[in-house]
Design a protein around this ligand. Structure first.
Ligand SMILES: *Cc1c(COP(=O)(O)O)cnc(C)c1O
Length: 378
């Protein structure tokens, strides 16, 4: 991973309040029994916003509870935004991020929709790098492990009348995570929901905001009780067109065409989704973002023209789907195993993320534009 971009300006003054040595925790020696998102590093980044003052009080301080009144607006009306990205330790021992500017740009799009103050992408990226350098011992070493990064903005004004908050808190916390699949890269079973919907036209589906997930957990819970790991959502109007899975975008391989639903405003625009589309195009494959109905999917599964289904998202990168159920009927995808297209994207994307040599040279051939897009942090 090359093309380090250095910034000449000291862009954001960050106060550094390090945890005292006796309070430092020991990063887990092995990630194999750590449940995703349950361990946090020693420090966090915090910054406040207030009407008339803008962002201020940028500080890296010991990870710990937030002081907030029970009347803080986010606790009642969920005016918030979050992001999810990862830091990777490469084979050569460097720590790198995967397309982090895209996450902060998306956070700003969520912020616009949720009436939150926007961030300066370069400033917060610089603050994140400072935090990562301080807690770099928390980037796990074992193969397939990463340091998951969770930037969040919440409305903190103390008032229970519904309006736009005049105060906000932005924070970044870091969580070492193991490989998403403890059993390896294996297909999952998903359930198409015809009872619930995730997002409506004109709503907040494209925003990474808490309410979208609160609204989906009942469907996820019911699907799990029936033995399915995730829900595949259909559009809210006709309950006919495919949208996405829980926290992943979805891809289908139909007669050599790689198809994902087009972004309509109710789908979360995934950075992994975008990367799959770009890589597929670069490889000369036929990739399309278009409407795809559940009928087209079922027809393809029945006549064998639909050979692969896979999810794409930061947590699992690529998640092959072995079977899906719709209206109480289960359909196997291909022979139920991971297909070649899903494997190829998985190998290439994780290769770029972990800075593996073969994928790096592939990335270099794509040229300058691509290099700055897969931006490393030092
Ligand atoms: C975060 C998320 C995704 C995947 O986005 P990535 O940027 O690829 O991690 C897809 N769908 C939903 C609902 C999400 O929250």
């Amino acid at each position: 991973v090359t093309g380090v971009q250095t910034c000449a300006l000291p862009i954001l003054e960050v106060k550094l309040n390090k945890a005292s040595p006796e309070l430092l925790k020991t990063p887990p020696a092995s990630m194999s029994d750590v449940v995703f998102g349950t361990k946090f590093s020693d420090h966090m980044f915090c910054m406040e916003w207030e009407d008339g003052k803008g962002w201020h009080n940028a500080e890296i301080k010991p990870y710990g509870p937030l002081l907030m009144e029970p009347s803080a607006m986010v606790l009642h009306y969920a005016q918030m935004a979050f992001e999810g990205l990862k830091a990777y330790r490469t084979d050569s021992g460097e720590n790198v991020l995967f397309r982090p500017r895209e996450n902060f740009k998306r956070m700003n799009r969520t912020a616009q929709r949720m009436c939150l103050p926007e961030l300066d992408v370069e400033e917060v990226l610089d603050a994140l790098k400072q935090l990562l350098r301080l807690d770099s011992a928390w980037v796990p070493h074992e193969s397939g492990t990463t340091l998951y990064i969770r930037p969040t903005i919440v409305a903190t004004e103390e008032a229970i009348g519904l309006k736009v908050s005049s105060k906000y808190l932005f924070f970044i916390i870091l969580s070492p995570v193991g490989p998403y699949y403890s059993q390896g890269f294996n297909p999952v079973k998903i359930m198409v929901s015809d009872k619930y919907v995730r997002a409506v036209p004109g709503g907040v589906g494209y925003a990474k905001t808490g309410g979208n997930y609160a609204a989906s957990i009942l469907a996820e819970k019911e699907a799990k009780e029936l033995g399915y790991t995730q829900v595949l959502w259909l559009d809210a109007v006709e309950r006919r067109y495919i949208e996405e899975v829980g926290a992943m975008n979805i891809f289908f391989v139909i007669n050599d065409e790689i198809v994902t639903p087009q972004l309509t405003g109710s789908i979360l625009p995934g950075i992994t989704r975008m990367s799959v589309l770009e890589l597929g195009k670069h490889w000369g494959l036929k990739v399309s973002a278009r409407r795809i109905s559940i009928d087209e999917v079922l027809t393809g599964l029945k006549d064998g023209s639909l050979t692969e289904v896979f999810g794409a998202g930061t947590a699992a990168v690529i998640s092959p789907v072995g079977a899906l159920s719709y209206k109480e009927e289960e359909y196997q995808v291909g022979n139920g195993e991971t297909g070649p297209v899903a494997s190829r994207f998985y190998e290439q994307l994780t290769g770029i993320q972990y800075g593996k040599e073969a994928e790096r040279s592939e990335e270099r051939r794509v040229g300058k534009e691509c290099r700055s897009r897969w931006s490393p942090y030092h």
